[in-house]
Design a protein around this ligand. Structure first.
Ligand SMILES: NC(=O)c1ccc[n+]([C@@H]2O[C@H](COP(=O)([O-])OP(=O)(O)OC[C@H]3O[C@@H](n4cnc5c(N)ncnc54)[C@H](OP(=O)(O)O)[C@@H]3O)[C@@H](O)[C@H]2O)c1
Length: 286
């Protein structure tokens, strides 16, 4: 039985890990931001020093991509310094770190799937702060898994899938951008991969890409959500070339999943995972 601390447990990924965690196999300790702020290095150290954790899963992050363009300091404080604090506590206390990062470490100019060793070049402040977090971890710690993921959605919190469903329920007509190509990823799939790393306990440390298989645009994603949720409303979803944002976004951020597939053979297509989550959504909203 391993002892696992989960930070940022009130976010969508943190909550999904709580839903999926098998508490008979391992002992989980969930810390929300109010329980433990990742910028409070003394508190982190004192909690880690007395608890004998085997793994730390870091789901805590500044995730507002638009907000990061003006709140640059906050983004770096949480995504870069916060990650450093956690890495130091992990190094001091022999804890393995599973840290979640993003496809936004890439500039999107590549025309074929990004591997873990492709050059990074973040083009917005969120991506820059997350990349600095990755660097800080790699400098302090050898026993890390940095999992880059993309376009997360879940039953929890605010995310694209829930926004589309709410708008469709209001009978809105949706104009969704075709500008970005990437892969929607269910937090359930990511949570299962993270828990697999812990259960397996032999997977090599390092950086891993994680998404579903395949790729689409936000427009394609929206249409698939609506098709499963209420197929009569698919006609409400229109393709639009531009979506005005403050932050630049990579136009292409599809992952090469070969390395991850060596360690984990349970990847779904993005369409399968959207369908599964809509089924869950319908059950939980009956
Ligand atoms: N969402 C995506 O599409 C996406 C895509 C690629 C990668 N990622 C990465 O995936 C990970 C999980 O994202 P998510 O979608 O689950 O994010 P989320 O729902 O925004 O959750 C992030 C959590 O971190 C907490 N937090 C913020 N600052 C903190 C601090 N100083 N100390 C402790 N906790 C703090 C937040 O608490 P409050 O709510 O109280 O502020 C929130 O509960 C993040 O590393 C993110 O960068 C996300």
């Amino acid at each position: 039985m391993k002892r696992v601390i989960v930070l940022g447990s009130n976010g969508q990924l943190g909550k999904t890990i709580k839903d999926c965690a098998d508490t008979e196999t391992n002992e989980f300790y969930f810390f929300s931001r109010t329980d433990l702020d990742i910028n409070d290095s003394d508190k982190i150290e004192s909690i880690f020093a007395n608890s004998g954790f085997d793994y730390c899963i870091n789901c805590a992050a500044y995730t507002n991509v638009e907000g990061a363009e003006t709140n640059i300091q906050d983004a770096f404080l949480i995504n870069a310094e916060g990650a450093l604090n956690i890495a130091e506590a992990c190094a001091n206390n022999q804890v393995k770190l599973i840290h979640v990062s993003t496809d936004y470490v890439f500039n999107g100019k590549k025309q074929s799937p990004y591997t873990e060793i492709d050059s990074t070049d973040p083009i917005n402040q969120y991506g820059k702060s997350k990349y600095q977090g990755e660097q800080n971890i790699q400098e302090k710690l050898n026993t890390y898994y940095i999992i880059r993921t993309s376009w997360l959605y879940s039953l929890h919190g605010k995310n694209f899938l829930k926004t589309i469903i709410n708008k469709i329920n209001d009978d809105a007509v949706l104009n969704i951008t075709t500008e970005e190509v990437g892969t929607p990823t269910s937090c359930i799939d990511l949570a299962k991969f993270i828990l697999h790393i812990i259960d397996d306990n032999t997977i090599a440390y390092g950086i891993y890409n994680f998404s579903a298989r395949g790729y689409t645009t936000w427009y394609g994603f929206a249409k698939e959500i609506v098709r499963h949720y209420n197929s009569k409303k698919v006609k409400n979803v229109n393709a639009s070339a531009k979506f005005k944002t403050i932050a630049k976004r990579p136009s292409y951020s599809v992952f090469d999943l070969n390395k991850t597939e060596q360690a984990y053979q349970e990847l779904n297509s993005w369409e399968e995972s959207v369908e599964a989550l809509i089924e869950e959504y319908k059950k939980s909203n009956k």
